[in-house]
Design a protein around this ligand. Structure first.
Ligand code: SAM
Ligand code: SF4
Length: 343
């Protein structure tokens, strides 16, 4: 085979980034994500093995020049032997002949986690080749944390953040979903926490992807509101356009760091989207909000060769739509929720 062929969707966007969910299970129960009980976990035999996940990842890199992979879930650190998967993925190299700026180099490998187990795991993940890490932190208040996650584990997440910084991940970022009347009064405190730790906080607008269907537009705190709240206390200046990255970014005028906002609802970034997704049970999706899935597990387990799997991925990307339509009457909520797809 010659160099990879760019994987371009019908709207001219080139796919570069693969999000792999490795489990739909979680040790937290964030109220904006899943109910306390009742979410049906995938049967274990339906979940792809690390070998199967790594095979799809390798095909995306070698056939299509995908150069970034993010491991997510559910909570990826609840799956046993995560460093083994990290080792498998961090060894994947972007082909020399690719048009990616990472041609000839290892893929850009990242992890999104709630951070609760990083106190133990961070050094091992770093040693296995993980480069970047995003940790979710929506509040600094112990009681509010308990209410939001239904777990009294703020201390473990804070330890996890320190462990990730100490392990040398570059960068560590903090993700905070903001909901009106829940934690919107903590935007400035969370931003200041990030400044003190020397890490970027990325605020996320709450999306209608919670399993219990409790999302309502009035609870979404917009990017404009978030930025105004911070700017009033710590003046900000916007950084140049984000490209395919989902966050808009600002720098603090006093030089102490940067902050990001992911305006998924009020200013969708679909026009620049370069992402595709693989669910834990091997379904390939071209959007968080896609209503169609492409069954790679059946191909993987049915003896398909790499070419057949690549052809199915190309067929899926050929159906990628222009963008989600949250707020539009035509919006259809996907059958699966955020933790089942992989956030
Ligand atoms: N369990 C890990 C975590 O919480 O970081 C990884 C999976 S989680 C689904 C990925 C990210 O999605 C987290 O930052 C989480 O806060 C965010 N998230 C979950 N449900 C969301 C929703 N309905 N709208 C916006 N972000 C959401
Ligand atoms: Fe679990 Fe992450 Fe969802 Fe919270 S946001 S319930 S930590 S998957």
């Amino acid at each position: 085979m010659e160099g990879p062929a760019d994987l371009v969707d019908p709207y001219g966007r080139t796919v570069r980034d693969l999000r792999i969910s490795i489990t739909d299970r979680c040790n937290f129960r964030c109220t904006y994500c899943m109910p306390e009980e009742g979410l049906q976990w995938l049967p274990r035999e339906d979940v792809l093995t690390y070998e199967e996940l790594a095979r799809v990842a390798s095909i995306c890199v070698s056939w299509f020049g995908v150069d970034g992979i993010r491991i997510t879930g559910g909570e990826p650190t609840v799956r046993a032997h995560l460093p083994r998967l990290v080792r498998m993925l961090s060894g994947i190299v972007v082909p020399e002949a690719s048009s990616s700026p990472l041609a000839g180099k290892p893929i850009d490998l990242a992890l999104t986690t709630n951070g609760a187990t990083l106190g133990l795991l961070a050094p091992e993940l770093r040693a296995a080749g993980l480069q970047r890490i995003n940790i979710s932190l929506d509040t600094l208040d112990r009681e509010r944390f308990r209410l939001m996650t239904r777990r009294d584990e703020l201390h473990r997440v804070l330890d996890g953040i320190d462990a990730a910084i100490a392990a040398g991940f570059a960068p560590v970022k903090l993700n905070a979903v903001v909901q009106r009347g829940v934690n919107d009064d903590e935007v400035v405190a969370l931003a200041e926490f990030g400044r003190d730790k020397g890490v970027e906080v990325r605020f996320i607008e709450w999306m209608p992807l919670d399993a219990q269907g409790s999302w309502e537009g009035g609870a979404v705190v917009s990017q404009d509101e978030i930025v105004s709240a911070i700017h009033a206390v710590h003046p900000l200046e916007q950084l140049p356009a984000r490209g395919a990255a989902p966050a808009d970014r600002w720098r603090y005028l006093d030089g102490r760091g940067t902050v990001g906002v992911i305006p998924s609802v009020t200013k969708p970034f679909c026009g620049d989207c370069d992402r595709v997704r693989l669910t834990a049970d091997g379904q390939f999706r071209t959007c968080l909000f896609a209503t169609d899935e492409f069954d790679l597990r059946a191909l993987l387990r049915g003896g398909a060769d790499d070419g057949a799997i690549a052809a199915e991925i190309r067929r899926a990307v050929g159906t990628k739509w222009a963008g989600h339509r949250i707020g539009d009457v035509a919006f259809v909520k996907p059958r699966r929720s955020m933790s089942q797809i992989g956030g």
